[in-house]
Design a protein. Structure first.
Lengths: 116, 113
């Protein structure tokens, strides 16, 4: 079975500082990788995804994540954060296998708080 | 519709009551998923539909949980004889197909007193 570990439950950072949210996964088969963001009292919004190809993927609002197969990691980074980036961030994986339901397995989340 | 719609947004029930949670997926989305998100945790998979067929219900925690999608569109998650540990946010997600990104609704926050 696959699992996702987000070691940091809370990450406080000052505005305009860089940030890295860590994600490691465990799986016996290949996976697709995702980052979702959740604002208070809302559902999850897809931030970015890695399916294949370039290991560095970027979102439209400045976040990027790099798939590292040898370290089984998919860390999320942003060079300069804004107050509006304050939210809960979830890393998730889904198995690559025909016939699977493609349900997502989530980490426990990292609360990013951007301080003025 | 513009996105996945869930109702009600909030539900309070007494222990032992039955509840029904509704999900309206994005029009044309074949795949529909239910997740349970406990306080301070990531969502956990409950069940999956492809059109009207329930292909995976391995995540349902007990036989008190039942889900249906009779016409391949709207889905209902029913919880019978609710217990306090059922308190959580229930999220619905839909996608065009099995390998497509999932789009989530805002969830139903269920509180069992």
């Amino acid at each position: 079975a696959q699992s996702v570990t987000q070691l940091d439950s809370q990450v406080p950072v000052f505005e305009e500082a860089p940030v890295e949210l860590r994600c490691n996964y465990s799986s016996s088969v290949s996976v697709y990788l995702f980052w979702y963001v959740q604002y208070p009292n809302q559902g999850l919004q897809l931030l970015l995804k890695y399916l294949s190809g370039s290991t560095l993927v970027e979102s439209i609002n400045g976040f990027e994540a790099e798939f590292n197969k040898s370290q089984t990691s998919f860390h999320l980074r942003k060079p300069s954060v804004h107050i509006s980036d304050t939210a809960e961030y979830f890393c998730a994986v889904t198995l690559i296998s025909s016939g699977s339901a493609r349900q997502l397995t989530f980490g426990s989340g990292t609360q990013l708080t951007v301080l003025p | 519709g513009a996105g996945v719609s869930q109702s009600p947004r909030y539900k309070v029930a007494k222990r032992g009551q039955d509840v029904a949670l509704r999900c309206d997926p994005i029009s044309g989305h074949v795949s529909l998923f239910w997740y349970q998100q406990a306080l301070g945790q990531g969502p956990e998979f409950l069940t999956y539909f492809q059109n009207e067929a329930q292909l995976d219900k391995s995540g349902l925690p007990s036989d008190r949980f039942f889900a249906e999608r009779p016409e391949g569109s709207v889905s209902t998650l029913k919880i019978q004889r609710t217990q306090q540990e059922d308190s959580a946010v229930y999220l619905c997600a839909s996608s065009l197909g099995m390998s497509q990104p999932q789009h989530f609704g805002d969830g139903t926050r269920l509180s069992i007193l």
